[in-house]
Ligand binder design. Structure first.
Ligand SMILES: NC(=O)c1ccc[n+]([C@@H]2O[C@H](COP(=O)([O-])OP(=O)(O)OC[C@H]3O[C@@H](n4cnc5c(N)ncnc54)[C@H](O)[C@@H]3O)[C@@H](O)[C@H]2O)c1
Length: 334
């Protein structure tokens, strides 16, 4: 039995808390938000995931020391915009070599850093790892079979975390490619916005399949230029997560995209889905990275134009369809 704290009491944190509890671990859920701690203590469920009940012996707290000290693993499950703030707040309590598993997805606007890079900067003494893959909290919370990947610097840490999470409903693979996993997880949210926009415009399955296929090509093009492994983008944390995010109504990025395709601004769409839509921030970061690494991201560029330059979504699709003629596989030879 390990002692594990979930840092961030949202849908994903709660789903993982229950999974780890079912695996026999001693689990604590911590949140910076007093209202969230109180809701979890009183109702034993999160309003974002009604019907998924936290067992009584999971401690819910807002106390930093109680959450961090003596824990074998900290699972960082705060919305990505708060990763830095939360890491900085808890840093002084983290022991040398204490394991922190980031399960959020995003790229920081401005610094263009991945979330594990932020954690390493704010908590240099930690042993930072990541977990990513096609895994909606609503389904993990209900115990539906799910597969995922854990990335860590050492095989020992990756396998240690794999053992904590593995169960008959949660299969965990391991990988050394932390960067590829994080880029896949963050950038798929931008393509999910595009898939939602296509749905909002009333387009069909052909369009969706095109966006997924050409979308992962863009993600892999940027991701390999930055040092990620090509295979990672065609694995669970890449194409796997992209498929689930583009296809499922659980995806807030897709739901926001649908509203944007129907004519709403991204601010209006965010207000309506009542959640932070991380793809909006990652879209801007992706364009900055594309410029830095000199790669073309046509779909992601059009998403940026729609979000931030008021471009008409139908016009953006037309532009994508009519851009320069290409070979599908860039280095293919006759
Ligand atoms: N929900 C899912 O199905 C799912 C699955 C896999 C990965 N993820 C990723 O995990 C992360 C968390 O997802 P979620 O759905 O639980 O997100 P969420 O938007 O519900 O937020 C998670 C938590 O962040 C913390 N938080 C929010 N605002 C804060 C603030 N102002 N200050 C400090 N902390 C604050 C709160 O504890 C909140 O519950 C995201 O990056 C998401 O992409 C989510």
């Amino acid at each position: 039995m390990a002692k594990i704290s979930i840092i961030g009491g949202g849908s994903w944190g709660i789903a993982l808390a229950i999974l780890l509890h079912n695996n026999g671990h001693q689990v604590t859920v911590w949140s910076a938000l007093d209202s969230e701690v109180e809701m979890l203590q009183t109702n034993r469920e999160h309003k974002m995931m009604p019907g998924v009940i936290l067992p009584e012996d999971i401690l819910c707290t807002g106390d930093d020391r109680e959450a961090v000290e003596g824990k074998d693993l900290l699972v960082m499950a705060v919305a990505s915009a708060y990763t830095r703030k939360t890491a900085a707040r808890l840093s002084g309590l983290v022991a040398q070599g204490q394991k922190i598993l980031n399960v959020a997805k995003g790229i920081e606007d401005g610094t263009l850093m991945t979330l594990s890079q932020i954690i390493e900067q704010e908590i240099p003494q930690a042993d930072a790892a990541v977990m990513s893959g096609p895994s909606h909290a609503e389904e993990v919370g209900r115990g539906l079979p799910t597969t995922i990947v854990v990335g860590a610097k050492s095989k020992e840490t990756a396998e240690y975390i794999q053992n904590l999470f593995m169960s008959e409903v949660f299969r965990v693979y391991v990988s050394p490619d932390i960067l590829g996993m994080e880029l896949g997880g963050a950038l798929k949210n931008v393509v999910a916005l595009a898939a939602g926009i296509a749905d909002g415009l009333g387009y069909g399955d052909n369009t969706k399949a095109a966006l997924i296929t050409r979308g992962i090509t863009e993600i892999a093009r940027l991701g390999t230029a930055m040092g990620g492994r090509w295979e990672t983008f065609y694995g669970l944390s890449g194409i796997g997560d992209l498929i689930v995010t583009c296809a499922s109504m659980h995806s807030r990025n897709r739901r926001a995209g649908i509203l944007i395709g129907q004519g709403k601004s991204y601010e209006e769409a965010m207000a309506q889905v009542q959640m932070v839509v991380e793809g909006v921030y990652s879209a801007r970061a992706a364009m900055a990275l594309a410029q830095k690494y000199g790669v073309q991201l046509p779909i992601i560029e059009q998403v940026n134009q729609i979000l931030f330059a008021g471009k008409d979504p139908a016009g953006a699709v037309r532009e994508l369809m009519l851009r320069d003629k290409k070979i599908e596989v860039s280095d293919a030879q006759w």
